[in-house]
Design a protein. Structure first.
Length: 235
């Protein structure tokens, strides 16, 4: 096995010049903005105190070089915000900065698409190391956190549901949202202006990805992850 060194020419290094901070605590936002400017060299920083504000900003302005996300926001819970952002911004790095920093949560966040996880009250040097690694194309987790013991093992039923739902494409996510609203294939086809046979094919793919045998089971998984709450107006 070849291990990439810090100087591996094949590694995708990236400049971090702009950031979006999604956090509803104004004082922490200010402190984090100053830290990122001083130790990372990020010049342009935008803040949002709700996930919806962040999504609107991204839709209008496109993704910055890095997104910094708190998990505990007024309009989302758990990993919902992370999953929405990951689907929206492609491969843009998302760094979770959270006080919910137990090993299980860190592992869950990385599996759900975070590029790094920094406990909220870490010293500035930890932030420097984290963003240096992310700029070098690596994933950052705090010292002592092991992610390789069983990286695929879900921690809770909710996380298991979130992992399965993260496999869906945007179109499949939209169709599952409509299924959750009780709509039939014919109604979904009308709403999305696609053929009913296309809807049936998507429903089959959704059930396969979720590992279920029926629409009802698919809805139950969506409910386990609060999926219908976080999908609205996103896809």
């Amino acid at each position: 096995m070849n291990h990439m060194s810090d100087h591996d020419p094949d590694k995708m290094a990236r400049a971090l010049r702009s950031a979006l901070i999604v956090d509803d605590h104004p004082l922490f936002c200010d402190a984090l903005s100053m830290t990122l400017k001083a130790i990372v060299g990020i010049q342009e920083i935008t803040t949002a105190d709700h996930l919806e504000k962040a999504m609107i900003y991204l839709a209008q302005s496109g993704p910055p070089d890095v997104i910094v996300l708190d998990l505990n926001l007024p309009d989302v819970s758990g990993l919902d915000g992370l999953i929405r952002l990951r689907k929206s911004v492609g491969d843009t790095p998302i760094v979770v900065v959270s006080s919910l920093a137990d090993h299980r949560m860190i592992g869950s966040a990385i599996r759900a698409g975070a590029t790094g996880f920094v406990p909220k009250h870490s010293p500035r040097e930890v932030f420097r190391t984290a963003f240096d690694q992310i700029a070098a194309g690596q994933t950052f987790v705090p010292d002592g956190v092991k992610l390789d013991a069983d990286p695929q093992a879900p921690v809770t039923d909710r996380e298991d549901a979130i992992q399965r739902l993260s496999l869906l494409t945007k179109q499949q996510a939209t169709i599952l949202q409509l299924i959750c609203e009780g709509k039939l294939n014919k109604q979904i086809a009308f709403d999305l202006s696609i053929a009913e046979t296309t809807v049936k094919a998507h429903v089959t793919a959704i059930m396969r990805k979720l590992g279920v045998q029926s629409r009802t089971q698919a809805v139950l998984i969506a409910q386990e992850a609060s999926f219908s709450n976080v999908l609205h107006d996103t896809f």
